[in-house]
Design a protein around this ligand. Structure first.
Ligand SMILES: [Zn+2]
Ligand SMILES: [Zn+2]
Length: 300
């Protein structure tokens, strides 16, 4: 086993679904994937910068960033992550891959921060952040094939957002698939076929009603959740059909209901999935190097 292999890991930086944050609760969606020598961030919800640093990775290592869709719980901190890395000394190029509209976000972010960017270039002699970063907008199919890393995208079912993409990362015989936000979507099983890890979003039925009761616009929220997201049992079904080695339930809804714990998630997903299982928590590490040492936490 090479040294590179040992480093391969997935870190769930932010594990909740939706943009709200509450005292003591988990943070919105972002993940760190270290595969081969690449440092890959998938989604940039609020808190990604802090969580990235807490995962023990220096900000100057920022390399590839992928955005599954432009809902704020997946993109709100994209600009601040790159900008903070830049002020921390980032001098190597960063590539951002996202759906149509990602370039618009980045240009407008740089405009909003123009005063600070210009003054740091002039005063501190920093490289121009606008030249360090390239944005590639992708659709379904191959996204990149680069130094042995292959990334492909599958459009999933997340109305009313049409440009929402599951992502499959393959490198050196290892593969990790992210479902992105999606309602139960059977083609995901083919897309995730045989993956080492499937990170799938999940809702828990019994928590939805309490969540809906807590918010001001309950009926509309319930309608959106049911049309656009998957239950834990749906995620289990996809994992079983795909024959993946491990299922990670992520983007949890609800994420901070004191009456819902890990045991409830496990009980739900065990109806449809009997393989290795991880219920996401902020900062949880899932190893990719060898099955026995694979898990930050074995939950089943
Ligand atoms: Zn989301
Ligand atoms: Zn979404």
């Amino acid at each position: 086993m090479s040294v590179d292999r040992v480093r391969d890991r997935l870190v769930l930086l932010g594990s909740k679904g939706g943009p709200a944050v509450r005292l003591g609760g988990p943070w919105p969606s972002s993940s760190l994937l270290e595969l081969g020598r690449r440092t890959i961030v998938v989604d940039c919800g609020l808190g990604v910068t802090r969580a990235f640093v807490d995962a023990g990775v220096g900000l100057k290592a920022l390399d590839l960033i992928f955005i599954t869709h432009l809902h704020s719980d997946h993109v709100l901190e994209l600009g601040p992550l790159i900008h903070t890395a830049w002020t921390a000394g980032l001098a190597s190029p960063v590539s951002v891959f996202g759906p149509p509209g990602t370039g618009h976000y980045w240009r407008r972010f740089c405009q909003a921060m123009e005063f600070d960017i210009e003054i740091r270039i002039a005063d501190e002699g920093r490289p121009d952040i606008r030249e360090l970063v390239s944005v590639v907008e992708f659709g379904e199919g191959k996204v990149i094939e680069d130094y042995g890393l292959k990334v492909t995208a599958l459009r999933v079912d997340h109305p009313p957002v049409t440009d929402c993409f599951a992502l499959r990362f393959e490198q050196g015989g290892k593969s990790v698939v992210f479902s992105a936000d999606t309602a139960f979507f059977p083609p995901l099983a083919g897309f995730a076929r045989g993956a080492d890890i499937l990170v799938h979003e999940a809702m828990l039925e019994q928590g939805i009603e309490r969540l809906v009761a807590k918010t001001g616009n309950g009926a509309r929220l319930r309608e959106h959740l049911l049309a656009s997201h998957s239950f834990a049992t749906d995620a289990g079904r996809i994992a079983t059909d795909a024959g993946v080695k491990r299922l990670v339930l992520n983007h949890l809804i609800p994420a901070d209901d004191p009456e819902i714990g890990e045991a409830d998630w496990i009980a739900a997903v065990r109806k449809t999935w009997s393989g290795d299982l991880t219920i996401a928590r902020d900062g949880l590490v899932v190893g990719l190097s060898c099955a026995e040492a694979a898990v930050g936490e074995e939950t089943a």
